[in-house]
Write a protein that binds this ligand. Structure first.
Ligand code: UTP
Length: 290
């Protein structure tokens, strides 16, 4: 029988060079989407999708991420003494949100290596990988839930995909294959950051993956590339050849918050959806003489 997906891996060990200098000492995963750190938005997506345990793959300088999900008794006492009970509840909710495990990736040897670090904690079960750079808002259901629904129906590995402008294909892992129903593709080819002239399509993998445990074996056998990094894409390409991989065109708006412009647009669009600040923000944007 098909195994249930209960665990999600969130790799956060990268250096975030595109957002330097802020990421010199602040993990990009703690940068806010209005007033909520990006990592919390991702963890809330997991919870809303029915995931029971989150495995954070952390690295140097990323201790604050695990702290965010820990109890902070001094802060709680202070809020209690000052009668700020609404804030107190908010802070406590974060700490009791979900079971989290942190694993240290001692060297940033690539996304594939980061995922492999979770092998012993995940064990022989299918699992999710969520890249916290990709914030996907959906008025439908969370994108992770959408992918779990595809898995429940077909029982195969799933990667989320979306069309990107042709000139951007060299920034993404690109897939190609046959479409067999609306929004669903049987992936046959995967290429990491292809040159525009070699790209087999403009369908890009976005940071959500639902994978079987055999991927850990593939990663163990994957040789590092010329940059010394183990690529997840290589293991996915093998999965598509030897088993099956579904490309799922998700419903939602995606922002790459690892990028300066993406970080700003995510804040604006999430800010506009918020009841407390949305109307004022809209007024401000309209007032700009652009
Ligand atoms: P990126 O390639 O986007 O790297 O990693 P990065 O360091 O986060 O950002 P830039 O490009 O330098 O600005 C994709 C995901 O894989 C994780 C990152 O934390 C990010 O979530 N990662 C990458 C690891 O956990 N370990 C690695 O060795 C590499």
């Amino acid at each position: 029988m098909k195994k249930q997906v209960k665990k999600a891996i969130i790799p956060v060990a990268g250096f975030g060079t595109r957002l330097l200098p802020v990421t010199k000492s602040v993990p990009k995963e703690l940068l806010p989407l209005v007033d909520v750190p990006a990592i919390q938005v991702i963890v809330e997506e997991c919870i809303a999708s029915g995931i029971e345990e989150v495995v954070l793959i952390t690295g140097r300088g990323k201790g604050g991420i695990a702290d965010h999900f820990d109890y902070n008794y001094e802060l709680e006492r202070l809020l209690e003494e000052r009668g700020k009970f609404e804030l107190l509840e908010k802070v406590r909710d974060i700490s009791s949100m979900i079971r989290t495990v942190s694993i240290r990736q001692k060297k940033p040897l690539g996304l594939g290596h980061a995922v492999l670090c979770a092998k012993d904690v995940v064990g022989d079960e299918p699992f999710l990988v969520l890249l916290p750079d990709d914030i996907i808002t959906s008025t439908y259901v969370p994108v992770t839930r959408q992918m779990l629904d595809v898995y429940d129906k077909y029982g195969e590995a799933v990667v989320s995909v979306m069309e990107v402008p042709q000139e951007d294909v060299s920034r993404y892992g690109i897939v190609a294959g046959e479409q067999w129903s609306e929004g669903l593709y049987r992936v046959r080819t995967l290429i990491e950051k292809p040159d525009i002239s070699f790209a087999p399509s403009n369908m890009a993998i976005i940071g959500r993956y639902l994978l079987p445990p055999v991927v850990f074996d593939y990663l163990q056998e994957t040789k590092p590339g010329i940059d010394g990094e183990v690529q997840l894409t290589d293991a996915l390409a093998r999965l598509s050849r030897e088993r099956a991989l579904i490309g799922y065109e998700f419903k939602g708006d995606r922002h790459d918050i690892g990028d300066k412009l993406g970080f700003l647009t995510a804040n604006i669009s999430i800010g506009l959806q918020r009841e407390d600040i949305g109307p004022e923000l809209r007024k401000f944007l309209k007032s700009l003489d652009l």
